[in-house]
Design a protein around this ligand. Structure first.
Ligand code: IPE
Ligand code: IPE
Ligand code: MG
Length: 241
């Protein structure tokens, strides 16, 4: 993906890292800029974090970019966020495709303009055979919304209650092809999930760096991965069992 050698110094690299990209508004406000400018600068960060992740050997990278609750923001900010998504796809997809990134989307595309839906679908189609890293875009995504949608579809399919288990429910989630996140990072110091990967993150490791998303760079990513690699995951069991 770049000329940098693959990282092999950190053991136990998370397979799936999911990022709640928070703090764009505060980053901009502290510089006397409009919030939307913070969102725009935040997107500049995507490329370097994707590259750094691929070089570390991370296989799945999820970005929470727009929640089902973000519709509650002022109309101008929502419109700005839509425009920024469109610009990012135009600006980045050809290069990401060349570098071997595959794009997936979780959430509901309806609710977005027809043109934007088309753009996201085209980017997914363009990159569908790539294997270096999978980028999961969580846009118009909500964990509860996802669970409700799964329940509706199970009922519509006439699923027998006796057949409902974790594996079946997982297969009805937007994330059916994606492993659960090993590490969830939320930037900006806020420590809450804000409706992100509710079903999938029950045994994820969480990490809350203070920096705002536009300042989250390769070094910050490496620090997060190093901290992750030293944690002991138990999944309810005991270390030696
Ligand atoms: C995160 O930054 C991006 C989105 C939610 C779209 P914020 O816009 O939430 O920034 P703060 O939290 O207000 O600083
Ligand atoms: C979560 O951030 C959503 C995204 C980063 C896309 P918010 O800034 O919307 O969350 P709250 O409102 O502070 O919980
Ligand atoms: Mg926020």
């Amino acid at each position: 993906m770049s000329d940098e050698p693959a990282e092999d110094t950190i053991e136990n690299i998370p397979r799936h890292v999911a990022i709640i990209m928070d703090g764009n508004g505060r980053w901009a406000k502290e510089r006397g800029m409009p919030r939307v400018a913070g969102h725009r600068v935040g997107t500049e960060n995507l490329r370097r974090i994707i590259r750094a992740s691929a070089n570390l050997g991370i296989q799945y990278l999820t970005f929470y970019a727009f929640s089902t609750e973000n519709w509650n923001r002022p109309k101008a900010e929502v419109t700005g966020l839509m425009r920024i998504l469109s610009e990012v796809i135009d600006r980045e997809m050809a290069e990401l495709n060349k570098e071997g990134a595959r794009l997936l989307h979780i959430g509901h595309l309806d609710g977005l303009s027809k043109q934007l839906q088309e753009k996201v679908r085209n980017a997914i189609e363009l990159t569908k055979d790539n294997q270096r890293i999978t980028i999961v875009l969580a846009f118009n995504y909500g964990g509860r919304d996802e669970i409700i949608y799964a329940i509706k579809n199970m009922l519509a399919d006439g699923v027998d209650p006796e057949d409902v288990d974790e594996e079946l429910v997982s297969s009805y989630m937007f994330t059916r092809e994606i492993p659960d996140p090993d590490l969830v990072i939320r930037t900006s110091g806020e420590q809450r999930t804000s409706n992100f990967l509710t079903w999938q993150s029950v045994y994820s490791e969480w990490y809350f760096p203070q920096v705002y998303w536009p300042d989250f760079d390769e070094e910050e990513l490496k620090k997060a991965v190093e901290i992750y690699s030293r944690r002991e995951r138990r999944f309810g069991g005991l270390k030696d069992s």
